[in-house]
Design a protein around this ligand. Structure first.
Ligand SMILES: C[S@@+](CC[C@H](N)C(=O)[O-])C[C@H]1O[C@@H](n2cnc3c(N)ncnc32)[C@H](O)[C@@H]1O
Length: 322
């Protein structure tokens, strides 16, 4: 063996060393992170990795594992390294182009599924997702309810490429249409320009290019972090796209996009339809006041807390009339 060659190392030895380096950097669940990275590199499920941890790593595997570990130590989120995350029990592809779906966003799925009409009256119903990112919301909802048809909008075309992969992987391309553009403006374009790409997507999935006044549920996990709070975010969070995180001007509280959605959603919902938004800590009272100042919404919002006790789901019902 030449003097430059490294000694072989077993999976077990690599895991122990990686776990130590991750712990020293203060990364939580270090043993799990090491296992997920190595399982990704050697392309076996985590359980099988542990059952055969005496096997030696090839030079290529070792280099790849080291490169991934280095990136994790430098703050890249684990989900981006393995390009996968689980959301509502479904595996999704994620890249640095999209926000990594969070557990708390699963509360939006639960709320939407709980608000559907009774099964016998349900049949097909329509969902709009504004700011779809990986496509996690229409995918989780659509896999639970075969009657759902959705249009998912995002201002980031690179995010939509990832969403398209996920929609295809889960066999939902017939029922989820993807539209590129800025919030409801993208859908206005569909309404006014029947030849546009947005109109074609709406036509294909919903059977009409003008969705005004006909949508059953609008769901959105919009960007809602105040840019002034960027300094206190962990490097893992700052590795996610800024357009997915920050809203409004520094010091405004991060609610700019949520306010716009509460104002504009009224034109797209049918009477009795719901707008279901995700919120951050402490945002609910001001948004409830904002909704009460606008015509079109029925009484108080429905609010659901997440497991940490934060008011996370904010839902408004469209009433009859303007
Ligand atoms: C917080 S992420 C949520 C992604 C996904 N729905 C989730 O829950 O993981 C917000 C998403 O909204 C998109 N976005 C931001 N501003 C937008 C706008 N004006 N119109 C459409 N999408 C927008 C971002 O690109 C990003 O994908």
């Amino acid at each position: 063996m030449g003097s430059g060659a490294r000694e072989t190392i077993t999976r077990r030895e690599w895991l122990l060393s990686a776990r130590r380096r991750l712990s020293e950097r203060g990364i939580s669940a270090a043993h799990l992170v090491a296992q997920v990275l190595l399982a990704h590199v050697v392309e076996v499920p985590r359980e099988r990795l542990l059952a055969h941890d005496e096997l030696a790593l090839s030079e290529v595997q070792r280099n790849e594992a080291e490169a991934l570990l280095e990136r994790r130590l430098n703050g890249t989120p684990l989900a981006y390294l393995v390009e996968a995350v689980e959301f509502y029990g479904h595996r999704l592809r994620v890249t640095p182009e999209v926000l990594i779906p969070r557990n708390e966003t699963e509360h939006l799925v639960e709320f939407v599924l709980s608000q559907r009409p009774a099964e016998e009256e349900r049949g097909e119903w329509t969902l709009l997702d504004i700011g779809t990112g990986s496509g996690c919301l229409p995918i989780a909802i659509g896999l639970s309810d075969p009657g759902m048809r959705a249009i998912a909008v995002d201002v980031s075309d690179t995010a939509l490429t990832v969403a398209a992969d996920n929609v295809f992987l889960h066999g939902l391309d017939e029922r989820v249409g993807l539209v590129h553009g800025d919030g409801f403006d993208a859908l206005l374009q569909a309404a006014y320009e029947p030849e546009s790409e947005a109109a074609t997507a709406c036509m294909r999935v919903m059977g009409t290019h003008d969705l005004r006044g006909m949508v059953d549920v609008i769901v959105s996990n919009p960007p809602y972090v105040d840019p002034a709070d960027a300094v206190s975010l962990r490097p893992e969070v700052l590795a996610e796209p800024s357009v997915a995180l920050f809203a409004g001007e520094p010091g405004e509280g991060g609610s700019a996009v949520q306010r716009l959605l509460i104002d504009e959603a009224r034109r797209w919902l049918r009477p009795g339809g719901w707008l279901v938004l995700e919120l951050g800590l402490g945002q609910a009272p001001a948004l409830a006041e904002w909704a009460a100042s606008l015509p079109g919404w029925r009484s108080e919002p429905e609010i659901r807390k997440d497991l940490a006790g934060i008011e996370r789901v904010f839902a408004l019902e469209r009433r009859d009339g303007p």
